[in-house]
Design a binder for this molecule. Sequence first.
Ligand code: NAP
Ligand code: ZN
Length: 352
Amino acid sequence: MYKAKAYSAESATSPLGPATIPRRDPAENDVQIEILFCGICHSDLHQVRNEWSGVMPTVYPCVPGHEIVGRVTRVGSAVRKFKPGDLAGVGCMVDSDRTCPECQAGLEQFCPNFTLTYNFPDKHLGGVTYGGYSEGIVVDQKFVLHVPANLNLAGAAPLLCAGITTYSPMRHWGVGKGKKVGVVGLGGLGHMAVKFAHALGAEVAVFTTSPKKKDDALRLGADEVILSKNADEMQKHERSFDFILDAVSADHDISAYINLLRRDGNIVMVGAPEKPLAISVFGLLMARRSLSGSPIGGIAETQEMLDFCGKHNITSDVEVIPIQKVNEAYLRLLKADVKYRFSIDMASLKSE
Ligand code: NAP
Ligand code: ZN
């Protein structure tokens, strides 16, 4: 075991601040990574503030961060996938049971015994896992991804959660040429969804509450931008969408979007608001529409997504910040004031 610098929260109401955390010495299948960049996901904020207390209560101190990109510094004797000096990525999971039907199918995100990157029981050191707001991490090679060398690293980090969480449902539900796709909420996840839907050849519309984001949405690949507070604009799109991805972090009216789906259309929730959402079931049953959800993605699909991004030169649009600005960044996330992901330059942790 060794000590690593990190940023942690001590309670649901305290700001994040410097801390020292334990990391395990790499065992035979482990990869030790020096973290270069870590994205700030809105899930980090939900978790730090214990907003998901009913499903995943937060254990303090909490070190969030599951959009990790770094460089391999050491590998265990059985590691063949990586060598020191390689680029490496780590997303939301660091382990699973590898034997259940979900793992056998390469869908580790549904494994009942997976280990999330932070705030999950740590099988090696006891306590809970600590995430990427840290100078380093040690992860089993199976859960470490290859990051294409042509990608900007600060912009690649958010692919490990925002990227896979939007890519996976689009692949699952067949987004592509000839499909009309809606993206609700132009934040970290939403802007990646726009890039993927566009790259996959779909017609893309963005629904936003922020008129200021209109030009950006078009630049990111949207064909159309709809201000969701404008009822007339919304009504014009009734019964026209094949697929809508909802990436909103707070309470909002999803029935308004259900009504925009065509017959047999599907709205997938990737956003995870604190409180249950109200649904008008008539919107669902009148046109046999579906409401679904999707969490992150499996390891093989995450690698597929990263390779897709390498090929199409897709990264997240990031505002790079030092770790010392993390609390300010959280406040800005709550105001939907992010373009379009904060990426922490972990070199800033050296001065702590
Ligand atoms: P984010 O960057 O903060 O973006 C959220 C966006 O939602 C905002 O930019 C805003 O877009 C819109 N929004 C915020 N408050 C709103 C409100 N009251 N009404 C309507 N729209 C509102 O968050 P993120 O990191 O993309 O994460 C989004 C959600 O996905 C979070 O709940 C997060 O926990 C969840 N998540 C889920 C998974 C998964 O596996 N399913 C993975 C990662 C994250 P506009 O300004 O365009 O309206
Ligand atoms: Zn996330």
